[in-house]
Design a protein around this ligand. Structure first.
Ligand code: ZN
Length: 85
């Protein structure tokens, strides 16, 4: 089954980057963040922006809302990934 959710980075250098994550391939909120960052890195490397791709690892990305993975599964809302606090 597919449980697609739009995820958008909010704030910082990568503000506005968005992609679709299949929540059925994740188990935690951290997995969602990791998958979005993996896609961001892949997209930057496609453009040969390797230094920018490497800079992702030094930034702390996190989700405020939903507060739990269960809430993420139950809601169809866009998930925002914060990196400015
Ligand atoms: Zn934050």
């Amino acid at each position: 089954m597919v449980n697609n959710r739009t995820c958008i980075i909010s704030g910082g250098l990568f503000n506005g980057y968005s992609n679709v994550i299949d929540l059925d391939k994740t188990d935690t909120l951290e997995d969602i963040v990791d998958q979005l960052l993996h896609l961001l890195s892949r997209d930057l490397k496609k453009l040969n922006l390797n230094d920018l791709a490497d800079s992702i690892i030094s930034i702390f990305f996190h989700i405020h809302s939903p507060e739990t993975f269960g809430e993420a599964l139950l809601s169809e809302n866009t998930i925002y990934i914060c990196n400015h606090c």
